[in-house]
Design a protein around this ligand. Structure first.
Ligand SMILES: [Fe+2]
Length: 254
C-alpha cells in the first residue's frame, strides 16, 4: 500500500513531535504492509513563495538516515488554498507529491462552494492536478459538489479511517465511494496509530478487494509516477445499524 497523506515530518506541525516518533510510526506502517509514504506537512499557499521553508528541509535531513529499510518516503505538503499558488511554486514542484504534478490541497471546514471551486480551477489552470484531501470534512461536501470538482480535473482523497466511522462525516465519505468519486484513500497519520491496514482489511473482508487495491495501491502509484488515475468502481460500504445509531447520537452531542 502507498499512503499519500501523513504528518510525519518531525516537529514541524501538529503531527509527529520527534524523529523517534516518526521512525516508530513508519516501522509499524511497514510491518502492516505500507511500503511508501508521502510526508505532507501543513503549509498555507499564502506563505509558500517557492518551496517548503528551510526548517522542513532540516527536519527531513534528520529523519532521512533513520527511515526503516524497505520503506520509501517521499516529500510533499498539504496546502491550505487560502490564495492561488505562485508561478514559482508551480514551476519548481517542490511542494507537490513526490515532485509529480499532483498537489494535496485542503480548505477550511466552512469554505464556500464557490471559493473552493474557484481555487481548484486556478490550480488546474496553472498546470497542476489538485488532490482534494478529506472532502467529507467540508460542510459543502455532497456527491454533486465533488462531481463538479472532478469534472474540473481534481482528484479526490477520502480519509481511509473516516470511511468506516459511524458519523455524518463517515456517511459523506461512504456516499463518495458509493458514487465512484473517491480516487485515493489515505490515513492522514499525525504520529499516531492510523494507517491504511485496517481500512484495506475491512474492504477485502466485505468482498471489495479490487476497490481496496485501486484506492490504496494502483491510484497512489499512478500519482507518484505522474500518470492518470483509473476510475474506481462505485462501491457500497455498510456500517452496522447499531454503530450508525451510536454515531448519530455522537453527532447530536457535538
Ligand atoms: Fe492532513
Amino acid at each position: 500500500m502507498i499512503d499519500l497523506h501523513s504528518h510525519l515530518l518531525p516537529g514541524v506541525d501538529d503531527g509527529s513531535r520527534s524523529v523517534d516518533q516518526s521512525v516508530g510510526v513508519l516501522t509499524r506502517m511497514l510491518a502492516a504492509g505500507v511500503t511508501e509514504v508521502v510526508l505532507t506537512p501543513h503549509l498555507d499557499a499564502s506563505r509558500v513563495l517557492e518551496g517548503p521553508p528551510p526548517e522542513h528541509d532540516e527536519a527531513f535531513a534528520s529523519l532521512s538516515p533513520r527511515i526503516p529499510r524497505g520503506m520509501v518516503v517521499h516529500r510533499g505538503a498539504e496546502i491550505m488554498l487560502d490564495r492561488s499558488l505562485t508561478p514559482r511554486v508551480v514551476a519548481t514542484r517542490r511542494v507537490t507529491l513526490g515532485g509529480s504534478r499532483y498537489v494535496l490541497v485542503e480548505f477550511t471546514r466552512l469554505v464556500s462552494s464557490r471559493a473552493a471551486t474557484s481555487a481548484l480551477q486556478q490550480v488546474v489552470t496553472a498546470g497542476l492536478v489538485p488532490l482534494v484531501a478529506h472532502p467529507e470534512r467540508y460542510q459543502v461536501c455532497s456527491p454533486g459538489q465533488v462531481r463538479q470538482w472532478r469534472d474540473l480535473g481534481a482528484v479526490i482523497q477520502v480519509d481511509a479511517n473516516t470511511l468506516f466511522a459511524p458519523s455524518g462525516r463517515g456517511e459523506r465519505a461512504r456516499q463518495l465511494v458509493a458514487e465512484g468519486y473517491a480516487d485515493v484513500l489515505a490515513a492522514d497519520n499525525h504520529g499516531d496509530s492510523r494507517s491504511l491496514a485496517e481500512p484495506f482489511r475491512r474492504l477485502v473482508e466485505a468482498g471489495h478487494d479490487d476497490v481496496a487495491r485501486a484506492l490504496m495501491v494502483t491510484n497512489p502509484t499512478a500519482i507518484l509516477a505522474d500518470r492518470v488515475t483509473e476510475q474506481v468502481r462505485p462501491c457500497d460500504i455498510k456500517v452496522p445499524l447499531l454503530q450508525r445509531f451510536r454515531g448519530w447520537l455522537g453527532d447530536l452531542r457535538e
